[in-house]
Ligand binder design. Structure first.
Ligand SMILES: Cc1ncc(C[n+]2csc(CCOP(=O)(O)OP(=O)(O)O)c2C)c(N)n1
Ligand SMILES: [Mg+2]
Length: 893
């Protein structure tokens, strides 16, 4: 029955007529099956609609538990022992935060999130979450970030963390390593599996993780099992667009290996999530509309007897009409207030509650605090087939904190409990600490042979061990042999191709490789044709759990749109957040499944870090591996598309991610060298790094790889071409990257032929890598002044060079500027600061002043300023090169 239907008056109906209909229904149910009832009702609905009778549209059910008491699975555990374990975990979680705060350093922490979700986690840990088995297969759990003290507290009881660890919560730089504030695999690599604290990322990552688990099964890379992905999130968190943005993907893919648990404590940080509405009902509608199985856990067992008496639906209707802000008020009010305001609206309701004392009314629990209700919901969720499940559990924020914060608007930030509040907490949860002890908020652990400890270990033993736990290394992979890449070292013998074409060819070859081919995961957000990757459709197929249920319109073409159950490509549609979530799932399979999948996520470079930067940051924290490949990159190389497409800053943004190695390659051989080394470092050496490559769509001949440059390519700099002049007027060095390299080579020609300047061309594959290495070396020198100073790589390469240095990049000037301090002469940086334009490449490079003309001009100006050539040259050069001193500044226009 819908909530609306509950509210509406029932139309007058003949009693006998109604009884006849209902008994017919009972008959079908008793002699047939629920499916037959469903079928019948569907037929009735069709008949009614054809006759012009429309049914009211609703996605909501009444504001009561989805699972009726008679269908509720019985609880298999020991309620009393589990309650005691949970109470101790509550205590220690609270004590960690209170004592961290007491140290007066403002380290902080959160009490109220875990206080509201303790039962939701404990039922999972005692009865459901499977740790990895001997093959590395288990459940994957995304814990709500702010509930971390609860996870630490449990690990303390389990003997996995010490009191010293808890003492060093949020003090990670202590000699005995402390505990990170939130789940961070970077900081606690063998503990936390998923960073979740940037709200909204866990839900979308979890959905794509569940789909990736299926993908691995369908492709025969992982055994088929019924392991689950559990995603815990806050009700306030559901407001993040990423949280709910991918729901239909989960239902479309029928991900019954996925369970969301939303802790609906009705509050977020500042106040109520939906003071004037009902978050549980709102989420129910959204999830049902998206095709999920929804289980509401609203009321605890105490409510069952009075709901049973509610034959007229009065109580259910009253429960449905009270808004969340008011429920929060009931939490902080006396039983008498609740009696008068909640039950008091109708004498019949008042009557239903008359046998209850005020204290009983006040302590009647919400569903999310009732282990039996939560257990039944989890059991139903794990057994549900054909769709993902969301459990909407109603709880109280700061449960158990009493006056210190339970249900109060300040509770999220409550970190301090006074003596009285500590005593009350102790008493409420029965922690055996004296009044003298309790005020110091000590950690409490029962004896190893106590029933609680035995029970706790027993439960986990049945579920393969403890959790969270993270695998840090996988079985190492052997890097593909050099032969695979040699074709690219030779160049294209004059044939014009783009770096994108070269990259796609590297990828196609890797996909065919016997050893690593099956581990490659190409990911594309609806842009394969743009990048010339559509040839891969046929070669390896697009993954679809159901295969291809239709005859593709282009079936007779060579590159037809082939979907297959064992398809290798993840074609994500126009969804960069989803695609990067797939990248994360594939790039962390070494840790989650001991499978070395190698993702190549190829996307429109503008929609990389700018669009999904926080997910890239999470990938970095997660020690994700793989290749991010920004195609159609370069502010002037991508012509025509204009301001919102032309990327001239992804390298700047990614320079902020410590473990991303970025490259802006110019030539096919550079790409080949980088990708091979990337696979070696990530999967053979098992470094916690991942890669970013920007590739472009401008066609030009790819040269042969010069001798001895591999190291330079990887370190970020090598001399591509020396000057060919026997004698010269002056010397210049030009730095080029990406497609702008061709402008640099052209400038070299002009400088040498027209101005007799001896000009070297250097390929800068990575300003970021050069800078990082130099900073590292300088810091070493700073901290160890008595050792022989080391020399940064960039200095080693350039220290003996004379003359002026000019850099031109399709990225912002800050890229070349970032190595300015290590350049041994006058240095001019040209780059593409400013908004892009739709134009031809030629016009764009003129506009941004990065074409050969402007490079030559900058060189001549620098040489003049440094008195290496006569200033007379400039006057004629300005005319010849058509340099306009009054030109608009692209940076501010
Ligand atoms: C993207 C992002 N924005 C803001 C925050 C800061 N923040 C942390 S917890 C919180 C409130 C959480 O409320 P809810 O999701 O309802 O979780 P609860 O603690 O109530 O279970 C906020 C705003 C964050 N961590 N991430
Ligand atoms: Mg909340």
């Amino acid at each position: 029955m819908s909530e609306d239907a509950v509210k509406k008056p029932v139309p007058v109906m003949d009693d006998i007529e109604l009884k006849e209909w209902l008994s017919s229904l009972d008959y079908v149910l008793n002699n047939g099956s629920p499916e037959r009832v469903q079928y019948l009702l569907q037929q009735l609905q069709i008949r009614a609609q054809e006759s012009g009778v429309t049914l009211p549209f609703t996605l909501n059910t009444p504001y009561i538990n989805t699972i009726p008491v008679e269908k509720q699975a019985s609880f298999p555990g020991n309620r009393e022992i589990e309650r005691r374990i949970k109470s101790i975990i509550r205590w220690n979680a609270m004590a960690m935060v209170v004592s961290a705060e007491k140290k007066g350093e403002g380290a902080g922490g959160h009490i109220s999130t875990f206080a509201s979700s303790a039962t939701l986690y404990e039922i999972g840990v005692n009865h459901f979450f499977r740790a990895p088995d001997k093959d590395g297969q288990g459940d994957l759990v995304y814990f709500q970030g702010h509930a971390s003290p609860g996870m630490y507290s449990r690990a303390f009881l389990e003997g996995r963390l010490t009191a010293e660890h808890l003492d060093n919560f949020r003090k990670e730089l202590q000699p005995t390593k402390g505990l990170s504030s939130y789940p961070h695999p970077w900081l606690m690599p063998d503990f936390w599996q998923f960073p979740t604290v940037s709200m909204g990322l866990a839900p979308i990552m979890g959905i794509y993780q569940a789909r990736f688990n299926r993908y691995l099964e369908d492709r025969g890379l992982k055994p088929v099992n019924d392991n689950k992905v559990w995603v815990y999130m806050g009700d306030g968190e559901s407001d993040e667009p990423e949280s709910l943005g991918a729901l239909t993907m989960a239902s479309r893919e029928k991900l019954d290996n996925l369970i969301f648990v939303i802790n609906c404590n009705l509050q977020r940080l500042d106040g109520p999530v939906r003071g004037n509405g009902k978050i549980i009902q709102e989420l129910e509608g959204l999830f049902r509309g998206a095709g999920w199985n929804v289980i509401k856990v609203v009321w605890g067992t105490d409510w069952d007897p009075i709901l049973e008496k509610d034959t007229e639906g009065l109580l259910a209707r009253r429960m449905g009409e009270v808004v969340d802000g008011q429920y929060q008020k009931y939490t902080v009010s006396s039983g008498e207030y609740v009696r008068n305001h909640f039950f008091g609206t109708d004498p019949k309701l008042m009557d239903m509650a008359k046998h209850l004392t005020d204290d009983q009314i006040q302590s009647m629990r919400r569903g999310g605090h009732d282990p039996e209700k939560v257990y039944a919901a989890y059991k139903a969720a794990t057994e549900y087939k054909g769709a993902p499940t969301v459990i909407l559990a109603k709880t109280i924020k700061g449960y158990g904190l009493g006056e210190a914060g339970e249900g109060k608007n300040i509770t999220h930030q409550q970190k301090k409990l006074n003596e009285q509040e500590l005593k009350e907490f102790r008493t409420r949860f029965g922690i055996p600490l004296s009044d003298e002890e309790v005020v110091k908020a000590p950690f409490y652990k029962p004896a190893e042979d106590s029933p609680e400890m035995k029970y706790l270990h027993e439960c986990r033993k049945k579920l393969n061990g403890y959790l969270p736990t993270r695998r840090t290394t996988s079985d190492a992979l052997t890097t593909p042999p050099e032969e695979l890449f040699e074709e690219f070292y030779k160049g294209t013998e004059g044939r014009a191709v783009s770096t994108t074409m070269a990259y796609v060819r590297v990828l196609a070859k890797l996909l065919r490789d016997e050893a690593v081919g099956k581990l490659i995961v190409p990911i594309i957000p609806d842009e394969a044709r743009t990048f010339g990757m559509d040839g891969l459709f046929r070669q390896c197929g697009i993954y679809s759990h159901v295969g291809q249920l239709y005859e593709p319109v282009d079936a007779d073409s060579l590159m037809y749109y082939k979907e297959a159950k064992d398809g290798q490509i993840l074609e994500e549609g126009i969804n960069e957040a989803g695609a990067i979530s797939s990248f994360i799932a594939a790039g962390t399979a070494y840790a989650t499944h001991n499978i070395n999948t190698i993702p190549f996520y190829t996307y429109y470079s503008m929609f990389g870090p700018q669009r999904v930067g926080d997910l890239i940051w999470a990938a970095a924290d997660l020690r994700c591996k793989g290749f991010l490949v920004g195609a159609t990159s370069g502010r002037t190389t991508l012509n025509g598309e204009g301001l919102q497409h032309q990327d001239g800053h992804s390298h700047v943004l990614l320079s902020s991610v410590p473990n991303v190695i970025t490259y802006d390659p110019a030539f096919a051989y550079e790409i080949a060298v980088i990708i091979r080394d990337g696979i070696y470092r990530m999967y053979e050496k098992q470094e916690s790094i991942f890669y970013y490559l920007s590739i472009g769509n401008e066609n030009y001949a790819m040269p042969q790889m010069p001798e001895g440059v591999k190291e330079g390519i990887l370190k970020g700099l090598y001399r591509f071409q020396k000057s060919s002049l026997a004698s010269s007027t002056a010397t210049a060095h030009l730095f080029g990257s990406g497609a702008i390299m061709n402008q640099v080579i052209e400038a070299q020609k002009i400088l040498e032929e027209k101005y007799n300047i001896a000009t070297s061309v250097w390929s800068i594959t990575s300003y970021n890598e050069l800078r990082r290495e130099a900073l590292h070396v300088e810091r070493e020198n700073l901290l160890n002044p008595n050792n022989a100073p080391r020399v940064p790589y960039v200095t080693q390469c350039l220290k003996d060079e004379k003359g002026v240095f000019i850099a031109a990049s399709d990225y912002m000037k800050v890229m070349p500027d970032s190595i300015r301090q290590w350049i041994p002469g006058p240095f001019t940086a040209l780059g593409t600061d400013g908004f892009g334009r739709s134009e031809s490449r030629k016009a764009l490079r003129d506009f941004f002043e990065v074409d050969a003309r402007h490079i030559v001009w900058a060189t001549l100006v620098s040489l003049t300023k440094n008195k290496q050539i006569s200033s007379n040259v400039l006057e004629s050069a300005q005319k010849d090169l058509k340099i306009n001193p009054k030109k608009l500044n692209p940076m501010i226009s």
